[in-house]
Design a protein around this ligand. Sequence first.
Ligand code: COA
Ligand code: AMP
Length: 634
Amino acid sequence: MSTGAYAAAFQRSLSDPEGFWGEAARAVEWSTEPTSVLDDSNPPFYRWFRGGRLNTCFNAVDRHVRDGRGDQAALHYDSPVTGTKATVTYAELQERVALVAGALRRLGVAPGDRVIVYMPMVPEAVVAMLACARIGAVHSVVFGGFAPAELAARIDDAQPVVVLSASCGIEPTRVVDYLPMLRGALERSSHVPDALVVLQREQSPADLRDDTPWRELTWDDALEGAEPADCVDVEATDPLYVLYTSGTTGRPKGIVRDHGGHAVALRWSMENVFDIGPGDTFFTASDVGWVVGHSYIVYAPLLTGATTVLYEGKPVGTPDASAFWRVCAEYGCKAMFTAPTAYRAIKREDAAGALLAGHDLSRLETVFLAGERLDPDTYEWATTTLGVPVVDHWWQTETGWPIAANLRGLEPMPIKAGSPSVPVPGYDVRVLDERGEPVPPGTEGAIAIRLPLPPGTLPTLWQDDERYVASYLSVYEGHYLTGDGGLVDEDGYLYVMGRTDDVLNVAGHRLSTGSIEAALAGHPAVAECAVIGVADDFKGQVPRGLVVVKGSVDIEADGDRIRSELVQRVRDEVGAVASLKQVDIVPALPKTRSGKILRKTMREMADGKTPAVPATIEDPSVLDRLAPVLRPQA
Ligand code: COA
Ligand code: AMP
């Protein structure tokens, strides 16, 4: 355990949070200094840097141009799927962002208004996010892999004035047209935005229409003649963005991120967790639609004056398993960050690491992995193959930055396979039993964080304080419930074992059992259904659907057709990213006497574990009948 910089910082962050974060806040430029660091006058709601005014875009872009970084690369766009590379300097980024901000303003977007960004990994997506921040609008980026039902739920909750999109995304095997999905979503949603702005991509330009209830226009037309807009100061506590994430129900949760706490926390994390400073190059292989992309492709590197890499491709197949090594070598990346599943994909294709040959990785100092548990095999393989520290760190959309990590900038500590190391300063992590009592070291329990959460974490859910309290704060008083289970060892290292609820984590993508179930339930043959996440060597987890069909259905004659229609339905409604490949028709689903489906019990059966069967089960014989279906597959 640390006795040095980490221990001191961690202790101070808990005993003197105002002093600790007040000092960290000096790295951010404020137009008005905050009047308080932590406002704890209204628990369980806490606000950081109240009274402070700033602009996140100014801190991420304009400030660096003013301070002499105008000619430095702000981002390298590298797109093997289109065969394109481009570098955007900070000065160019400022110009592009100001123009899009002006175009948004002309379309009627005012401070506080929401703008949905549904875009692939193109520089315009980053520009769009920063342009919203510039004029005080609230962006809500929706992952391009989500299909109409998911998009519609987000449109209805966020109520955007404008939707910014592109004509298509590009997957290795196909071009994904966005307009059918957008129009499908807008037809379902009750909210109608004023305008839909579409970046035309040559791989599949869209036919825009003039007979829709919303105005459709191209990106170029939206920008034509627009006046560049300056940065507008906002309150530190105003929302910068809303990012929807999956809970157990089909209704996504709108995670709110504020300006002040976010800027301070991300800036602090870059130097202290990731050891990245101004002028360094950082490569995060994720997607701007996920929190990892928001924080570590876009905001943290730019707030730091570093260079970020925007990579539109996959770890394998674009064109091969050397893609990440090429990118790291070509741009001289000091560190890279991705999900363990991406490394498992590379390992599967090139276990010997032969494809490293010819790529100069001498500047790569660290690999960071997060998004799902880093299994010891993948950790060992990556460490041996790359010869650099491979750092697991644990966090969630809700927190926006790591809860537990090995802090490479503050004080590198020994790495233990299977553990994301220690709680990051600011996070008072506790492992609790069912009664809310701390468990001894080595004992598994629910991982909770004592309030207040540090800056940058969610202050609430979008326009739903009640759901925020009910979802996260109601189980253990004074604590935020992470939804993950795990333990702390004798050295204070945390081990995160997985979700204790029904949230799925498929290839580092967080998905809701509820939305997949809603898609299955919409099929006319389905009487009831359940989705469980089963362990998978490659994707960590994959969903499996179990459906009970209506009595009138002839399973013998129509079973195969129904099963394949159900798989297709989930692709069409939720998105291919759900990776649902297997749906079984079963005679019944196990339930408690009050009708709650026993997903956890089924999941344990499918994972080959001894299932915990609650005493309240309605009919235990259902489990016997399910056993052949749920037997672990080779
Ligand atoms: N738009 C449209 N479709 C998308 C998409 C997008 N942005 N992203 C993924 N999909 C599709 C894929 O094409 C695939 O479709 P298919 O079933 O027709 O083949 C499906 O969704 C599943 O995608 P994915 O889970 O990405 O699996 P994969 O087998 O194509 O690739 C990995 C596997 C490991 C390469 C990939 O999952 C990966 O890079 N994961 C890293 C995850 C990550 O960055 N997480 C963020 C947290 S760090
Ligand atoms: P997301 O909100 O998409 O970032 O997903 C958050 C969830 O992913 C967490 O609650 C965990 O279940 C899981 N997760 C993320 N990082 C890790 C990690 N390093 N180790 C274990 N689980 C992780």
